[in-house]
Design a protein around this ligand. Structure first.
Ligand code: AMP
Ligand code: MN
Ligand code: MN
Length: 332
C-alpha cells in the first residue's frame, strides 16, 4: 500500500510535464542543452530526450556546450550532440540537469533567445529559471525525470534510449549506491532492463575501461592527499602540472573524489582542480550528514546534499584555504 503511494509521481509535477508536452507538440524547432563539464546524467538525458523527440518528427537539435569525455563515446547516437550557430529567435529551449542558466554555458544564450524555456532538473539549488520548471530534488538523476517525461509522450522507449537513461541513472547514483537511490530508481532501472539493454556492456564501458593515464594520475594525486578535522575531511589537488606529468586530461580526475570519500573516517571529500590561472573548480562529496550543496551555494555553485561543486576565481592555494575554512564551519 505504502509502496504504491511512493511509486506515483507527484501530481503537480505530472501536470507540469503535460503542459511541457503541449508546448513541445506545438514547437517548430527545439534545442536541448545541459550543463558544462558534462557527466553521465547530463549526456544520457540529452541523448534519450533527443531521440524521443526525433521519433515525434520534431526538428530537434542537441547542443554541445563543452567537450564530451571520451568514456561516454560508446553511448548510442552520441553524434547527435554537436555545435550549432546561435539563433536570434527560437521556439523552445529545453534545459536538462542544470541548476541555473550560467551552468548551461553557450546554451544560456540559446535559452535567453528562446520564446519558451523548459527546465527539467533534480538539483536542490535549481533557480527555477524556466517558464516551466519540472524540478524534483527527490529524483536521483535527471534521467529519472526524463524517463517519466518520455513515458508521457507518444513514443516508445527503445533500447538506445533505455541505454542512455540507464547510464544517466547509474552514474548519478554511484551505481545505485548513494542515498539518493530510491525504490523508484530501482523500478525505473528494472523497466529499462526489461526493454532489453545490455547492462554488462554498459557497466564495462562506464566503470571498467579506465585508461592507464587515469590510474597513474590517481596514484600521483593520492600521494598528496591532506587530512583535516580528525581525518573526517580529505582534500586533494589536481594541478595542470600533475596532469602533464601523467599525460592525463582533466576528465581523468573522474572517480578520484569518490576514492577519498570511501575512506572509513571520511565524512567530506574535497577535490580542487586547477582549470587555468586563477580558476579552480571545486568538487565536494559527503557521506552522511554534511550538506555540501549549502557550502557550494555560498560560492555561486550548487548541487545536492551529498555532491556539489563550485568555481573559485583565485590561485589554487588560496582556493584551498578558502574552501577549507567553509568546510570547517560546516563541521562545527
Ligand atoms: P561535480 O563535483 O562537478 O561532479 O558536481 C557535483 C554535483 O554538483 C553535480 O550534480 C553538479 O551538477 C553540481 N554542480 C557542480 N558544480 C556546480 C556549479 N558550479 N553550480 C551548480 N551546481 C554544480
Ligand atoms: Mn550533472
Ligand atoms: Mn544529475
Amino acid at each position: 500500500m505504502m509502496r504504491k503511494e511512493e511509486n506515483r509521481m507527484d501530481k503537480s509535477l505530472e501536470n507540469l510535464m503535460y503542459r511541457a508536452i503541449e508546448i513541445i507538440y506545438e514547437a517548430e524547432s527545439i534545442y536541448i542543452g545541459s550543463h558544462v563539464q558534462p557527466d553521465g546524467d547530463n549526456i544520457g538525458s540529452l541523448l534519450a530526450l533527443g531521440m524521443a523527440l526525433k521519433k515525434l518528427d520534431k526538428n530537434v537539435k542537441v547542443l554541445k556546450v563543452d567537450n564530451i569525455p571520451d568514456y561516454y563515446e560508446f553511448l548510442p547516437k552520441i553524434e547527435l550532440i554537436r555545435d550549432y550557430e546561435i539563433e536570434d529567435n527560437l521556439d523552445l529551449f529545453i534545459a536538462l540537469d542544470s541548476s541555473d542558466m550560467e551552468r548551461l554555458g553557450i546554451g544560456g544564450q540559446f535559452a535567453k533567445n528562446a520564446n519558451t524555456v523548459i527546465n527539467i532538473d533534480h538539483h536542490i539549488s535549481n533557480t527555477n529559471f524556466g517558464d516551466i520548471n519540472i524540478v524534483s530534488p527527490s529524483a536521483a538523476a535527471t534521467g529519472e525525470l526524463v524517463y517519466e517525461f518520455i513515458n508521457r509522450l507518444d513514443v516508445e522507449i527503445d533500447v538506445n534510449m533505455a541505454t542512455c537513461l540507464y547510464t544517466a541513472i547509474s552514474t548519478d547514483t554511484g551505481s545505485f549506491m548513494y542515498s539518493n537511490t530510491s525504490y523508484k530508481t530501482h523500478l525505473i532501472a528494472a523497466e529499462l532492463i526489461k526493454i532489453g539493454i545490455d547492462t554488462s556492456y554498459i557497466n564495462i564501458n562506464l566503470y571498467q575501461k579506465k585508461s592507464l593515464e587515469r590510474t597513474r594520475l590517481l596514484i600521483d594525486v593520492l600521494k598528496n592527499m591532506e587530512m583535516h578535522l580528525d581525518n573526517r575531511l580529505g582534500i586533494v589537488v589536481v594541478t595542470q602540472e600533475i596532469l602533464n606529468n601523467n599525460n592525463a586530461k582533466m576528465e581523468d580526475t573522474e572517480g578520484i573524489i569518490s576514492f577519498i570519500r570511501d575512506i572509513d573516517t571520511i565524512e567530506t571529500a574535497c577535490l580542487l582542480k586547477e582549470m587555468g590561472e586563477n580558476e579552480v573548480k571545486i568538487s565536494l562529496r559527503s557521506k552522511e550528514w554534511v550538506d555540501v550543496s549549502k557550502i557550494c551555494t555560498k560560492f555561486k555553485g550548487g548541487g545536492h546534499k551529498r555532491a556539489a561543486g563550485c568555481t573559485l576565481y583565485m590561485e589554487i592555494d588560496e582556493a584551498k584555504d578558502t574552501i577549507l575554512e567553509e568546510i570547517e564551519m560546516a563541521f562545527r
